[in-house]
Design a protein around this ligand. Structure first.
Ligand code: SF4
Ligand code: SF4
Length: 106
């Protein structure tokens, strides 16, 4: 697995818009956020781990995160939690590893 795959777990970089939408639907079908103690009723769309969905407009307080029990978490080998407040898996990987810049030391 290359460095890019590790950051772009869902492989959206090479997707067409139609493929992206299909994948988002797929993620939302398995998403467990609606049953999570942190979730605020009515917030949509969930699937916050997926790039470009964005953080929640309603959730402000972090309680437990049930992402670790989600099929998507295992299928895409995700590495973070609290996507609803902290941003997508890709976004958190970039933030925590400081991979935002171009070039760099690799
Ligand atoms: S990993 Fe979390 S945010 Fe992503 S689909 Fe599953 S429950 Fe939703
Ligand atoms: S991203 Fe995690 S903390 Fe946020 S609502 Fe989904 S399961 Fe709960």
């Amino acid at each position: 697995m290359g460095k890019n795959d590790r950051i772009d777990r869902f492989g959206i970089d090479s997707m067409t818009e139609a493929e992206y939408n299909k994948k988002q639907e797929y993620v939302l079908k398995s998403c467990k956020c609606a049953g999570c103690p942190t979730y605020v009723k009515g917030d949509a769309p969930t699937g916050y781990c997926f790039p470009l969905i964005g953080t929640s407009k309603k959730i402000q307080w972090e309680k437990d995160c049930v992402c670790g029990t989600c099929a998507m978490y295992k299928e895409y080998d995700l590495a973070h939690t609290h996507y609803c407040t902290r941003c997508s898996d890709t976004c958190q990987t970039i933030k925590t590893e400081g991979l935002g810049g171009q070039g760099g030391s690799g």
